[in-house]
Design a protein around this ligand. Structure first.
Ligand SMILES: C[S@@+](CC[C@H](N)C(=O)[O-])C[C@H]1O[C@@H](n2cnc3c(N)ncnc32)[C@H](O)[C@@H]1O
Length: 287
């Protein structure tokens, strides 16, 4: 008779943690520092149980052997947090209103990239701001590319449906103007109106890989994802993002993410706002 050790419910061994740490770092730049063993163990054990594997090794071999890359994405999903909210870090949306849109005055198109959009609250907030601040010209002008590594969060983002406790951060006037309230089976939920959804295109993108032919953008949001990366990885990601900015374009980071100690070509504008030099080398006035 064969017996199996039920390894799915025990803490990871040091060498197993090391394997996951290396895999997460090499493929996603995720920095699982020591001290995170318990968190990683708990999350992976849950994943291993859900998927019906009998051991860590069996699961690990499945992940590295999956040529579609989907298992890797699910692994990263289990290890990172997708926490986000509407109008998170409101200073950035104030920056849009007071500085960014006015500077875009003469432009035909305004392409914005939300580079780790999670379940969509960030790009929907940008879309609401565009419609609110620019009015009738927004639909023909503003396009938001919203990307994330996780297909799970992107699926949710694309639906644009949120439970009522998730839309708390949206001011009442904007909620009424840009959202539909669900009825029947959808009671207690809101869905972004078509005009808001029409501004956004969702795509899967891993910031650790060579970036596809997108941009250059006058504005990139890359907020609350670099906290997962160690300094060398942060530096590579910031340099990659800077290459996708047009001259004079802005990079917005999370307010707890500083670019201090990272070599980059961007100039500091205000907390969590950086700018690429404009082509004539002129610095623009701070607002
Ligand atoms: C905490 S959420 C931030 C969401 C939003 N930007 C905000 O500030 O509210 C971080 C997101 O980064 C994504 N992520 C993690 N590693 C990534 C990578 N290498 N490339 C692209 N997205 C990644 C995660 O899937 C997650 O949805």
């Amino acid at each position: 008779m064969h017996t199996f050790e039920d390894t799915a419910c025990r803490p990871l061994k040091a060498e197993e943690f090391a394997k996951i740490r290396r895999l997460a770092y090499d493929t996603f730049g995720l920095d699982l520092r020591s001290g995170k063993e318990t968190l990683v163990s708990t999350r992976l054990n849950k994943k291993i149980r859900e998927l019906g594997f009998r051991s860590f090794e069996e699961y690990y071999q499945h992940v590295v052997g999956d040529s579609t890359g989907e298992s890797l994405i699910q692994l990263i999903d289990a290890l990172t947090t997708n926490h986000t909210s509407f109008f998170r870090e409101p200073a950035h949306f104030e920056f849009l209103r007071r500085a960014f849109w006015p500077e875009c005055g003469g432009r035909g198109a305004i392409d914005i990239w939300s580079a780790a959009c999670s379940t969509g609250e960030e790009p929907y907030t940008i879309a609401m701001c565009a419609l609110e601040d620019l009015g009738a010209i927004a639909p023909g002008k503003v396009r938001i590319l919203a990307t994330d590594i996780s297909t799970r969060v992107l699926g949710k983002a694309e639906q644009g449906i949120y439970a009522s406790d998730r839309v708390d951060g949206i001011p009442g006037t904007k909620l009424r103007k840009y959202w539909l309230r669900g009825e029947g089976d959808w009671a207690g939920h809101y869905r972004a109106k078509k005009e808001v959804r029409a501004l956004i295109e969702f795509q899967r993108l891993n910031l650790m890989e060579t970036l596809p032919a997108i941009g250059p953008f006058p504005l990139i949001f890359c907020r609350n994802v670099m906290i997962y990366f160690d300094k060398p990885t942060q530096q590579r990601v910031v340099q990659r993002l800077a290459a996708k900015l047009e001259p004079g374009g802005y990079l917005l980071t999370g307010h707890s993410e500083s670019l201090t100690g990272i070599a980059h070509e961007l100039e500091y504008v205000q907390p969590a706002v950086y700018r690429k030099a404009s082509s004539d080398g002129r610095k623009r006035a701070k607002w």
